[in-house]
Every structure is written in C-alpha cells, then in structure tokens.
Design a protein around this ligand. Sequence first.
Ligand code: HEM
Length: 304
Amino acid sequence: MALTGLFLCLFLVGHLLGNLQMIFQTGEEGKRIFNEYAYFMTHNPAVKVLSYLTYFSILFHAADGIVLLVQNRRARPVKYAYSKPSANSSWTSRYMALLGTLVLVFIATHMSNFWWKMKYTTEVPLHSYYSETSQDTLYLTHKGEQITTAQLRMIGDTEGTQIIMRADKMNQSIEKEYNSYISENVLSEEQLLAFEEAKNKQIRKKDEVLGEGYKDLHTVVLQYFSKGNTTESGIPVGLLGTLFYVISMSVLAFHLWHGFSSAFQSLGLNHPKYTPLISIFGRGFAIVVPLLFAIIPVIIYINS
Ligand code: HEM
C-alpha cells in the first residue's frame, strides 16, 4: 500500500503540473499547448507504461485497503469495552478507508468525464490546426491517404491524421530565397560556400510530418467547468461539477494528511531526524497539491 500510495503521489505531481497549464496558458496558444501535451501523454510509449502503472496502483491500493480493513475487523471481533481512539490516533488516520473510498469515487467519475471520452469516444471535438494559406506546401493525410480539409471536416476525427510538409515545394522556395540573396549581395568565395552549406542543410530529402491530429481535450475541460454547462431543464452541471471537484480535493487532502507520512512508517523508514521532516513535508504536500488542483476548475468556472 505504501509503495503504490507514494507512486500515486508522484502521479499527482505530474498530473497537477500538466493541468496547471490550463490556467497559466490561455487563449489559442494555451489550447494548442494543452492539446499537444494531452496527445503526447496518450501516445508516448514511455508515458503509456506509467499510465498502466497508475491504473494498477489505484486498483491495488484500493483492493489492499479493503483487505486490511477486513483483517483489522477480524482481528478484533469483540469491540473494546472502553474506547477513546482520539487519545492515541488522529481523526484522519481512523477514517482512511472512508476517505480513500471517496477519492476512488472521485477518480471513477473524473475518468469517465475526461479520460474515457478522450480514449474511447468520438465525442471530443477536434483541434483545427490547418492553415488554409499554406495549402501549397502542406497537405493532409488520414490513415495514410491524402485528403482535403473539407474531407477532414466530414470525417470529423483527426486521430490518425497527419499534416505533412511537401519537400519539393519547400526546396523550391529555399532555392528561390537563396538565389535572390546571392544575386542581390556581393559575397566572397568563402561566404558563398558557407551560404551554400547552410542552404543544403535546409533542403529536405523527403516530405516531413509537422503534426499529428489530436483531440481538443482543452475545450472539453473548459466547457465542463463553465457557467453555460447546464442541462435542458436548467441544472447547473458546470457549477455542480466545480463544487464536486473542490469537495473531492478536500477529501484528498485529508487522505494525504495521514497517508503521506504513514507510507514511510509502513516501509520501516523511521529516523529520529528525518521522520519529523517527512511528516512536515507530507502535511505541506497534503495541503498544497489538492489546493492547486481545486483552484483549476474554480478559475475556469469564474472566467467562463
Ligand atoms: C482540477 C483537477 C483535474 C483536472 C482538470 C484533471 C484533468 C484530467 C484530464 C483532462 C484527463 C484525461 C487525460 C488524458 O486522457 O490524456 C485526466 C486523467 C486522469 N486523471 Fe485527472 N484531472 C484533475 C485532477 C485529478 C486528481 C486529483 C486525480 C487523482 C486523485 C486525477 C486522476 C486522473 C487519472 C488516474 C487519469 C488517467 C491518467 C492516465 O490515463 O494516465 N485527476 N485528468
């Protein structure tokens, strides 16, 4: 439990840094950066391994928690005649199973909102990156076949789409620029050679993939936490979703408050000097990480 718990803490830091991009980078640029990041996170083989490790850790951590709870109950079938748990244990430590279950409910809801949509549905709209003005040097392919922008809109799914730079057209424009420069400037033999070398470096041997189609997860997240996200009958889904995230993050904070330092104790890492430091760091972690997670939907909601 301790090892999976600590690994999940690392996941939280990575996930938080990725998500904070949503509030620090705004506008079209922010949208592009976040969507490219989400694309990388779902397609890079090394990240995929980490993702599977995360899913495994969540399931193992939860299952092991249940096993421990059952074992503890079995170990003491008859309750203490006199029990005052607050005398030697904190509130959070006694409710770890409940807090953990609530975090699990949050994760399941959260993953069905974003992760499931991203991975298994075509509900996520597409990020359009195609510039009409560069049609001469760029072309699009979908699953290997060349297509037009209009066809791409009809397909409605950029997954498997590539934006490709045409080598011959690019080389033509490089040659043109080079020729006009040397005809307009008086250059020494040496400068000409250096210039020729620089030009040859720019010359493309084959068409180049400039970008891959990706889903617009940024818009999905922003719309989810927006004031305008209401059902037909007027239920404010955006507001309720934001509140749900804020409440869930306080539950996560309580879970981490005890969990972080307790993981080190479970691993037997007790040290007169370092244990108090770990405990202070753990408490800081339990406050800062959930707090930063919680402000993301709040800011998105306020700005919507
Ligand atoms: C404001 C808070 C958060 C936002 C905006 C957010 C956003 C997202 C988004 C957009 C995805 C889908 C990414 C993808 O499939 O590429 C995702 C995945 C995920 N989120 Fe969050 N998240 C937040 C907080 C959390 C928290 C607190 C946890 C855990 C307690 C969590 C656990 C996960 C997990 C396990 C995945 C799947 C990751 C993977 O496939 O590798 N998220 N999140």
